[in-house]
Design a protein around this ligand. Structure first.
Ligand SMILES: [Zn+2]
Length: 343
């Protein structure tokens, strides 16, 4: 009897425990949702302002090849004046974003090329890039980066009464002057301290006229230890700093220009040489005569100097710019070369 009673009590207690656990489980699962904030607060509460952090792009690299650039460029130029004018920067940023930013491997470049064609077909039919790119997470980033680099590259060129649509920027080497180059971005340089090569070297003969790629203002014109005689030109929107270094020892610059002057794309700014690698001015310490050509991106002025600089690979840009070279003529009095084409 005692045993039976004990078993009975035990079973009752067990049943109560099971009911309690089960009940609370059901309650937790299906209890009404209460938001973590109170809905009774007055609606005109002023929110505490969060400190505004300036948002700008901190890092970018440029991996597009001349083939991809040209593919998109041709769509842009051919559709000029048409109802649906295709913007090459939209084509490029859409296609790279669709491939998740991958564009270094040959297989990725092939895919990006296919996306450019697909994108162009859809845009021609009247679709809008905003709608097409709405679900591409990286589109705004690539669009901003590519626009920062390429925004002034293509447009209308006015020559007298004729308007030509195409490249507005020029090759850094004058027309009919030869040079050779390969992709040397990121290779190691030993002078001073071990560092990466942040530009493209164009080998040519001393005295080759060097051309302003894009219009802008001469921000630097003089000597620096690494670049030797060098010219730095800032684009009108402030986002690009073009750097031309190792100019000729004697008569490095076109005497027409001085620091602070505006220059037009296609102007002769100086002459190829082998100056540099010296704290002393006017010293030729570079073995092979060449132009060091660099392009720095500046999204925020704090990126101009110091450790946060963004220099991009310009090899493929130089290749693209072969399409537009500035013809020059020698002024026998000043011994300076100048552009032939009137602006
Ligand atoms: Zn160099």
């Amino acid at each position: 009897m005692f045993l039976i009673f004990k078993t009975k009590t035990f079973l009752i207690v067990l049943a109560v425990i099971v009911a309690l656990i089960g009940g609370s489980f059901v309650y937790l699962q299906f209890r009404p949702y209460t938001p973590p904030w109170s809905c009774t607060e007055p609606t005109d509460t002023v929110e505490t302002p969060t400190p505004t952090e300036s948002k700008y792009i901190r890092w970018a690299q440029f991996d597009l090849t001349n083939a991809l650039l040209t593919q998109a460029y041709n769509y842009d130029v051919k559709s000029y004046g048409e109802e649906n004018h295709l913007d090459w920067i939209d084509l490029l940023s859409y296609s790279v974003a669709k491939n998740y930013g991958n564009v270094t491997k040959a297989s990725d470049r092939k895919k990006v090329g296919q996306y450019i064609d697909e994108c162009a077909e859809r845009l021609k039919k009247g679709e809008k890039i905003e709608d097409m790119a709405a679900d591409l997470k990286y589109f705004p980033f690539y669009n901003e980066v590519y626009r920062a680099i390429l925004s002034e590259f293509v447009g209308e060129n006015r020559q007298g009464d004729t308007v030509r649509y195409g490249l507005k920027v020029f090759s850094p080497v004058a027309k009919n002057w030869s040079y050779s180059h390969h992709n040397d971005f990121g290779s190691v340089r030993e002078y001073g301290f071990k560092r990466k090569h942040l530009g493209n070297d164009l080998m040519g003969s001393v005295g080759t006229p060097i051309i302003a790629v894009e219009s802008g203002v001469i921000e630097a014109m003089g000597w620096n230890q690494y670049g030797g005689w060098r010219v730095g030109i800032r684009s009108a929107d402030g986002k690009r700093y073009y750097y031309y270094a190792h100019l000729r020892k004697d008569h490095p610059f076109n005497n027409k220009f001085k620091e602070g002057d505006p220059v037009q794309a296609g102007d002769v700014i100086g002459y190829l040489g082998r100056s540099g690698y010296s704290t002393k001015e006017g010293v030729n310490n570079i073995e092979t005569p060449h132009l060091h050509f660099g392009l720095q991106l500046i999204f925020d002025e704090s990126q101009k100097e110091g450790n946060n600089q963004i220099w991009i690979d310009v090899y493929h840009i130089v290749e693209l710019l072969k399409k537009n070279r500035s013809a020059v003529v020698l002024d026998s009095e000043t011994k300076d070369w100048n552009r032939v084409e009137a602006i």
